[in-house]
Design a protein around this ligand. Structure first.
Ligand SMILES: Cc1cc2nc3c(=O)[nH]c(=O)nc-3n(C[C@H](O)[C@H](O)[C@H](O)COP(=O)(O)OP(=O)(O)OC[C@H]3O[C@@H](n4cnc5c(N)ncnc54)[C@H](O)[C@@H]3O)c2cc1C
Ligand SMILES: *[C@@H]1O[C@H](CO)[C@@H](O)[C@H](O)[C@H]1NC(C)=O
Ligand SMILES: *[C@@H]1O[C@H](CO)[C@@H](O)[C@H](O)[C@H]1NC(C)=O
Ligand SMILES: *[C@@H]1O[C@H](CO)[C@@H](O)[C@H](O)[C@H]1NC(C)=O
Ligand SMILES: *[C@@H]1O[C@H](CO)[C@@H](O)[C@H](O)[C@H]1NC(C)=O
Ligand SMILES: *[C@@H]1O[C@H](CO)[C@@H](O)[C@H](O)[C@H]1NC(C)=O
Length: 501
């Protein structure tokens, strides 16, 4: 979600976040857990470790496994001694957990550097941002009519309902599945939105074909690399993320992950988890994790395990679930490939029909769905640390660009997009689910005390989605452990919370 789309910005109602610790209850029976494992040290796993520590207290041992780098899909590459985000990069101003992490960790917001956006259709630029926000609004109104306002209201309403989750979580409520969670926020309407294509909702809203092709599709392409067959709920998340009020973390978003792990006093193990199997001893059920690290193969027993990595299809973590009866069903769906290419060089502005680079005014280029176009977006990117004197490079100068594409770019494609270049760095991500419009939502609770954080990604994939899922799973794990059924999957929470206050 690299690109901010100024004209779509809306004046969102700021829902007040009720800060404060959820009610903490003493265990009703039995001892507290002694060891908890989290598999994955991306933002989801790191936030889970943090919230587990918050709820279970200082005694429990929290082990966090990662086979790769802390940060996972939040990662940077280095160009000329500067770091650039290659994965998750943009955070919305209403992403309250992310904001809270940054505040608690004493991190800073990265200054944003102005840059204009345009939409390119393979031949020419068909839509461009101006310097003047009201003029943009007016132009959009002119070009697309009333459907643009309807769409804004639709996204706003969904955002507002989604924000209820922060209140529920602040009151200690948890959900055992994505369905329960969505249902409590927006009723069956929300669940239906995960099952019908965005195109249906847009049609219902009376959004014009032209607006879909020229505005919506380009946004979905840059955010999720897909088209308007994605579910309506993801579409709304994606459009909400295209408003202004976007930010990022100074020094790189992954600093949130390492910071949270440290604050949680978690043991971070650089190891690949290979198998998980249940171990039943008398009354107690534990899980055995077998893993390999540089030191060789080993295994460890845990009371609670949280899987904080995608388990589906081609993105599999490689974790085998063994000895479970009934056995685990296959997690059927696949992750989409998005290639992020960071190029240091001279953009070929002729390709965009601007023969003179000095007259090329854009920093971000989105694209319509066009056969033969080999990329989804091109953006001039800023380093994760921005010094006071920093200014964006002009198109006639060598600059750092990020291209998102479905396949790695070959030499001739690079030579088309760039007049010349110094360096090319490619990251091939299993980026987010490949959304079909009718798949089932993934479970969050696989077995007693065995949880699956990334089930949330089937409702929406973003740093904040992993963060709200982390809070939910920490609460759920805590309530399940303490047999606190009245804080799980409760109905009519809006009403309850009002009467609790
Ligand atoms: C190109 C791109 C752009 C994006 N843009 C944005 C954006 O602008 N804004 C936004 O909010 N989101 C964005 N996202 C989505 C966002 O990055 C993800 O939703 C989020 O980072 C997921 O975090 P996670 O912790 O749930 O999973 P991950 O970050 O994938 O973490 C999983 C971790 O588990 C580890 N692991 C896997 N298997 C094992 C194993 N067997 N043993 C041990 N460890 C294992 C992995 O090494 C990994 O570190 C983007 C994603 C991509 C790829
Ligand atoms: C969601 O779908 C179900 C089943 O198709 C339907 O009964 C329900 O009314 C729908 N909810 C909304 C809010 O549209
Ligand atoms: C969207 O993409 C999917 C998968 O690539 C494809 O099957 C579908 O036809 C596309 N839909 C539209 C409306 O282009
Ligand atoms: C970038 O910013 C982070 C956080 O403010 C800081 O820790 C780091 O040292 C900075 N790096 C450089 C190269 O300035
Ligand atoms: C895990 O490792 C232990 C030894 O450490 C071994 O006894 C057990 O069979 C292994 N489990 C699996 C599922 O491989
Ligand atoms: C730049 O783009 C133009 C127009 O697509 C193309 O003819 C040219 O070969 C490209 N490359 C360079 C280096 O100019």
């Amino acid at each position: 979600m690299e690109v901010s789309m100024l004209p779509l910005s809306v004046f969102l109602l700021i829902t007040t976040l009720i800060v404060g610790d959820p009610e903490v209850h003493a265990p009703v029976d039995g001892a507290p857990p002694s060891k908890i494992a989290v598999v994955g040290a991306g933002i989801g796993g790191s936030a889970t470790a943090h919230f587990l520590r918050q709820h279970f207290g200082p005694e429990v041992q929290v082990d966090v496994y990662d086979k790769g780098e802390v940060g996972g899909r939040l990662s940077t590459v280095s160009v000329n001694h500067n770091e650039y985000e290659t994965g998750g990069s943009i955070i919305h101003s209403l992403n309250l957990h992310m904001q809270d992490f940054v505040k608690q960790l004493g991190l800073k917001y990265r200054r944003s550097v102005a840059g204009k956006m345009a939409v390119f259709n393979g031949k020419e630029v068909i839509l461009e941002e101006t310097d003047w926000y009201l003029l943009d609004l007016f132009r959009l109104w002119w070009r697309y009519g009333i459907s643009f306002i309807r769409l804004q209201m639709w996204v706003e309403e969904i955002m507002e309902k989604f924000m209820r989750l922060y209140k529920y979580q602040a009151h200690g409520y948890a959900f055992s599945s994505v369905e329960e969670l969505l249902n409590s926020l927006g009723g069956s309407g929300f669940i239906n939105m995960t099952r019908r294509p965005l195109s249906d909702s847009l049609l219902e809203l009376g959004v014009s074909q032209r607006f879909i092709e020229e505005v919506i599709v380009p946004i979905i392409r840059v955010n999720y690399g897909q088209n308007i067959s994605i579910p309506a709920f993801i579409g709304a998340v994606s459009l909400a993320g295209s408003q202004n009020n976007l930010w990022a973390v100074e020094g790189g978003n992954k600093l949130v992950c390492s910071g949270l792990l440290k604050m949680a006093n978690a043991n971070v193990l650089k190891a690949e988890v290979n198998t998980i199997s249940p171990v039943q001893k008398e009354e107690s059920l534990q899980y055995q994790l077998n893993f390999t690290s540089a030191a060789g193969a080993a295994s460890e027993l845990y009371d609670i395990v949280v899987m904080a990595t995608p388990l589906q299809g081609s993105a599999t973590s490689g974790v085998q679930f063994q000895g479970f009866t009934p056995p685990f069903e296959h997690f059927p769906s696949h992750y989409h490939t998005t290639v992020a290419t960071i190029v240091h060089g001279y953009l070929n502005t002729s390709f965009f029909n601007f023969p003179d680079p000095r007259l090329f005014p854009f920093a971000n280029i989105l694209t319509t769905e066009t056969p033969d176009l080999f990329f989804n977006s091109v953006a001039s990117v800023c380093p994760v640390n921005i010094s006071t004197g920093f200014r964006r490079k002009q198109p006639q100068e060598a600059g750092v660009y990020k291209i998102f594409s479905p396949q790695p770019l070959d030499k001739s494609q690079l030579k088309t997009l760039f007049r010349s270049y110094y360096s090319v760095q490619t990251t091939e991500w299993k980026s987010y689910p490949r959304y079909g419009s009718s798949q089932d939502l993934s479970p969050l609770e696989l077995r007693p005390n065995l949880y699956y954080l990334n089930g949330i990604e089937w409702a929406g994939s973003a740093m904040e989605m992993s963060s709200v899922a982390a809070k939910n799973i920490a609460l759920l794990a805590y309530h399940r452990w303490n047999r606190q059924a009245d804080l799980v999957d409760q109905k009519d929470l809006m009403h309850r919370i009002k009467t609790e206050l």
